[in-house]
Design a protein around this ligand. Structure first.
Ligand code: PMP
Length: 312
C-alpha cells in the first residue's frame, strides 16, 4: 500500500507546482459534495532503460473521460495533453529504482448543482517500492455494493469510495488485509479498491461490470495475458459459495497488481496457485521489460532521474 507521502510537486491548473501550492477552495463542489473522478496509474521502473513506463495510460485516460461525462464534469484535454501532464510530473518526481503511482483527479472547483461547473485536472504522484504483494486474507463485509441505479460502480468517482473506506476500516478491525463486497443479489462484486479473479477448473473467471464492479483496466490486461498464455478467461457472475471453494483467487488492480488470496473469511484456499502464478509471472516480466507482450500497453516517460524528490 502507498504510505502517506508528501512529494515535492503536484500538477494543478495546467502545470507542475510545488506540493504546498496545490490547493482547492473549501467552497468547491469537490469538497462540499465530493464531486470528483479519478484514476490510479502505475509507472514501472525499467532497469534497462533507466526510465519509467506508465501502464495502460490510454485506457486510464478514456475511463477518466467516461467518469467525467457521467458526473457532468467538463474535461476537454486531449490524450496527448494528458500524456504530457502525467509525464511532466512523473519526470519531476521519479527516483532511481522505484515505481510511481499517479493519481489524476478531475475536481469540480466552481459551480453549484452542476450549473456553471468549472473542473480542473490535478495529479498527485507517489513513490512505491518495487515489490509484488504478499498473500492476502480477505473477509466478506455485510455492507452491500450499490447497484447501477443507486451509485454507478463502473466509473471511478470519489463517492464510490465512501463505503469502501468504512469497509476497509472494518477489515482492519477484523484482521483482514482487504474486504469483498457482495451486490444486492448476494453475489461477489469486488474488493474495496480492486477487482477479483477466481480460477475454477483451469478457467479464469471474473464478475462483469453489471455485477457492481468498476470496469477494471487490470482485468482487461489479465484477459489479454490469458490469451497470450492460452488460458480460458470468462466474465460471469460468481456466487459467494463458489468463491469459497474456488481453486485460486486473486485481487487485481493498478495498485494491487495481482495479490493472491490465501483465505476468504474462515475458508482457507489451496496452497498452490499455478494459474494465477503464471499470469503474475508474465505481468511482472512485461512490466520490467523482460518480455514484450501487446497485452501490456507501456508508455515510456523518458527524462532524468531525481534522487531526492521525495519527502516521506
Ligand atoms: N475496483 C475498485 C473499487 C477499484 O478501486 C479498483 C482500482 N482502481 C479496481 C476495481 C481495479 O481497477 P483497475 O484495474 O482499473 O485499477
Amino acid at each position: 500500500m502507498i504510505k502517506l507521502q508528501k512529494p515535492a510537486f503536484a500538477y494543478l491548473g495546467g502545470r507542475v507546482v510545488p506540493w504546498e501550492e496545490a490547493n482547492i477552495h473549501i467552497a468547491s463542489e469537490a469538497l462540499i459534495r465530493g464531486i470528483s473522478v479519478f484514476e490510479g496509474i502505475k509507472g514501472y521502473w525499467r532497469e534497462d532503460l533507466s526510465s519509467l513506463q506508465l501502464l495502460a495510460l490510454e485506457a486510464h485516460f478514456f475511463r477518466l473521460c467516461r467518469s467525467a461525462r457521467l458526473q457532468h464534469l467538463p474535461f476537454s484535454m486531449s490524450l496527448s495533453e494528458f500524456r504530457e501532464a502525467c509525464g511532466d510530473l512523473a519526470r519531476c518526481l521519479m527516483v532511481l529504482d522505484r515505481d510511481l503511482w499517479l493519481r489524476p483527479t478531475i475536481y469540480s472547483v466552481e459551480g453549484h448543482w452542476g450549473e456553471g461547473t468549472v473542473a480542473d485536472l490535478a495529479i498527485t504522484c507517489y513513490h512505491q517500492e518495487k515489490r509484488a504483494p504478499g498473500r492476502l486474507k480477505v473477509g466478506i463485509t455485510g455492507w452491500q455494493k450499490p447497484g447501477d441505479s443507486v451509485l454507478p460502480a463502473r466509473i471511478k468517482s470519489a463517492a464510490n469510495y465512501q463505503m469502501a473506506r468504512i469497509v476497509r476500516i472494518e477489515g482492519r478491525e477484523r484482521g483482514f488485509d482487504d474486504m469483498l463486497l457482495l451486490n444486492s443479489n448476494g453475489r461477489i462484486a469486488e474488493a474495496t479498491g480492486s477487482a477479483l479473479i477466481m480460477v475454477r477448473n483451469g478457467r479464469v473467471v471474473t464478475p462483469p461490470a453489471y455485477e457492481g464492479c468498476l470496469e477494471s483496466i487490470t482485468v482487461d490486461i489479465v484477459e489479454r495475458l490469458c490469451k497470450s498464455l492460452d488460458l480460458p478467461f470468462e466474465r460471469r457472475p460468481i456466487d459467494r459459495s463458489e468463491l469459497l471453494v474456488a481453486d485460486e483467487v486473486a485481487l487485481c488492480g493498478t495498485l494491487m497488481e495481482l495479490g493472491i488470496v490465501e483465505q476468504v473469511d474462515a475458508y482457507r484456499l489451496p496452497d498452490s496457485s499455478p494459474v494465477i502464478d503464471a499470469i503474475a509471472e508474465r505481468f511482472w516480466a512485461c512490466a520490467r521489460g523482460l518480455v514484450e507482450d501487446p497485452a501490456m500497453d507501456l508508455t515510456d516517460i523518458g527524462g532524468c532521474v531525481h534522487r531526492e524528490a521525495v519527502q516521506t
